[in-house]
Ligand binder design. Structure first.
Ligand code: SAH
Length: 369
């Protein structure tokens, strides 16, 4: 174990096995890991001195070797529809956004996995700001911890629970930050922490094929695939990652994930952002039906949310409805996602690290004005 000299270890960077190993290296029993996890993720306690079931000696020792390092909440915005968006600043000055979407009977937390995103999908705000770095496990878990605290979920009881679902649909491509994302998921699922069921945690990917197979092995959570086009020519333009992992390989990976052979039938969600005159025709709907044949699929049609400086238009409601009807008639469960939080730029694809963006705008304004 390293890191005890000089820099203190951030306990948010560990899942249970990691924390058990860390306590073992400290000469403590592994059950201390479970005690500490419960204090942090169920009670919301960050002060080691208040963790009353630890030995006095351990309570004194912990602050010398460990800490709970959380991102700093620099803004909170609340949408007319109740959606909340927090901007979090990281120690190196980067910023990410986290969004909470309340609905009847559930609350979904949309978390970021990277600062920026390297994939450069042509219609997405995050991709246009460029890529900075991966988030650490503690920076991903910091998002659910802070949201739980700000939503008044601590100390967590079934009645107080606000976050029932987590989706990795914020900034970044989660499967390009595999190890940190899986460790964070382990804590989200752990009964000693957030205790979410694996079906209520969704990893959304633009299609990093090899990592999809690894995810099924490491943590069989729900999978969403950002498809957006029924053929390679169009998808190459919208989602440049398609040039590396074209549709044939992507759909084969989806079949493996769904586990058709093993008979486990995991349903996969396909996200399809509706762009006027680009991917919303009847012919494209029929092509999508053929493409998804044989996969237990659910399709989410997402009205495109405007992104400054990008030349697409949101598909017309009639086009979305026609598209939906074709999929539905072919037996595909299809829903049109309601746009949430767009008045605070919290909707899909509108998340950007505003700190950097604002600074850049200031510079431009000064240069031109
Ligand atoms: N990188 C991952 C997760 C982040 S994006 C992925 O690609 O799945 C979450 C979803 O929002 C993706 O389906 C993405 O394509 C979609 N999205 C991006 N920009 C959007 C926009 N401007 N309007 C609507 N949806 C958008």
């Amino acid at each position: 174990m390293t890191g005890t000299a000089g820099r203190r270890v951030n306990l948010l960077d560990f899942d249970r096995p990691g924390l058990e190993a860390w306590f073992a290296a400290l000469g403590e029993k592994p059950f201390r890991a479970v005690q500490v996890m419960k204090w942090i993720h169920q009670q919301g306690v960050t002060d080691f001195g208040a963790m009353s079931n630890l030995s006095k000696a351990l309570r004194q020792r912990l602050p010398e070797v460990a800490e709970l390092r959380l991102p700093e909440v620099i803004s909170e915005q609340i949408s007319d529809d109740g959606t909340r968006k927090w901007m979090l600043r990281l120690p190196d000055g980067g910023a990410v956004e986290t969004v909470f979407i309340p609905e009847a009977g559930r609350g979904t937390l949309c978390v970021s996995s990277q600062v920026g995103c390297p994939l450069e999908c042509s219609f997405c705000a995050t991709g246009r700001q460029g890529f900075n770095r991966n988030l650490g496990t503690g920076e991903i878990l910091g998002q659910i911890f802070l949201a739980a605290r700000l939503l008044g979920q601590f100390p967590c009881t079934p009645a107080r629970r606000r976050i029932t679902n987590v989706v990795f649909m914020g900034m970044g491509e989660p499967l390009l930050n595999f190890d940190n994302v899986v460790r964070a998921i382990n804590v989200m699922l752990d009964e000693n922490a957030y205790g979410l069921s694996r079906r209520r945690v969704t990893v959304s990917t633009a299609g990093v094929v090899p990592a999809m197979d690894r995810l099924k092995e490491a943590s069989p959570v729900s999978l969403a695939v950002s498809l957006h086009a029924p053929d390679d020519r169009l998808r190459d333009q919208l989602v440049p990652l398609n040039r590396t992992y074209p549709l044939k390989e992507l759909l084969a990976a989806c079949k493996r994930f769904a586990g058709e052979e093993s008979g486990s039938h995991e349903q996969i969600t396909f996200e399809y952002v509706m762009l006027d005159g680009v991917n919303d025709s009847s012919a494209q709907a029929h092509a999508l039906v053929r493409l998804l044949a044989g996969i237990p699929a659910k399709v989410n049609l997402i009205p495109w949310n405007p992104v400054a400086g990008v030349d697409y238009r949101r598909a017309k409601p009639q086009a979305v409805e026609r598209f939906r009807a074709i999929l539905q008639r072919a037996g595909l469960i299809t829903i049109t996602r309601k746009t949430r939080g767009d008045d605070i730029d919290a909707a899909c694809g509108q998340l950007v690290g505003r700190v950097a963006a604002r600074a850049a705008r200031h510079r431009r304004e000064r240069a031109t004005g």
